[in-house]
Design a protein around this ligand. Sequence first.
Ligand code: 13P
Ligand code: ZN
Ligand code: NA
Length: 284
Amino acid sequence: PVVPLTDILSGAFKERYGVPAINVFNDLTLEGVLAAAVDRSSPLIVQTSVKTVRSVGGATFYALWKAMTAGIEVPVALHLDHCPDREVITECLGLGWNSVLFDASRLPVEENMRQTVEVVAEARAHGAHVEGEIESITGVEDGVGSDRAAAQQDLDVALEFLETTGVDVFAPAIGNAHGSYKRAPVLDADRVSDLVAAHPLPIALHGGSGLSDEQFRDLIARGCAKVNISTALKETFMKANLVFLETAAREQKWDPPSLFRAVRDDVMGLSGSLMTLFGSAGRG
Ligand code: 13P
Ligand code: ZN
Ligand code: NA
């Protein structure tokens, strides 16, 4: 069933497994990630960027979500990724998104805190949940973000943010970055442990594409219950199209449904292997 975000994250945080939070951008990628969740019996968080909400249309995407999750037995939730725009947050909460990441990391932390309090109140009125962020994570996710990471805030500032706003999940900067890493990332895993020790709350690991299996396992064991993956799925999607179309052109076979099937299967394959790696497989 479609459930609140915290229903999915509380079990994952307590038992230290990670739930993939995968950015989809059309019907086929949505279908592929949901098929993987059913196949692996895994909980799943489906994410949309602001760009996807704008390109597909919020109401159209939500209609797809409703239709494709009708009768689904594993727990799934729909989340709005990095959103600095309060109007898009209001639109998505109104349509039925289960949670939102209010990304005010470019604002001074006091103003971020003040507005996050408002977003949490707005979300609660819809039975929805909020992810908070006070440092911009390096790299651009579908047009949102910056290529320079904001300095990490002191632990005290992060804790004050968590206590004041009551967000349900927190996205710290730990040396992670959106996109594929140009060199092997050195992550500040202890920061996750320090945050969780001082304020036990599920942590969102951003910039998942390009991390090693070992990094995923270590961070999940420390409390990263939500693991964001975007770039890897975009690559899988584009390459599946490319490979299929090269063959189709050579053989002069132009059958759209077989292209869709091939792409969907690769999206499903990638998503399923993440569920196994993160330990969410079998937890649905
Ligand atoms: P990647 O594109 O590096 O997987 O990051 C995903 C992410 O953090 C989405 O918010
Ligand atoms: Zn992110
Ligand atoms: Na990344």
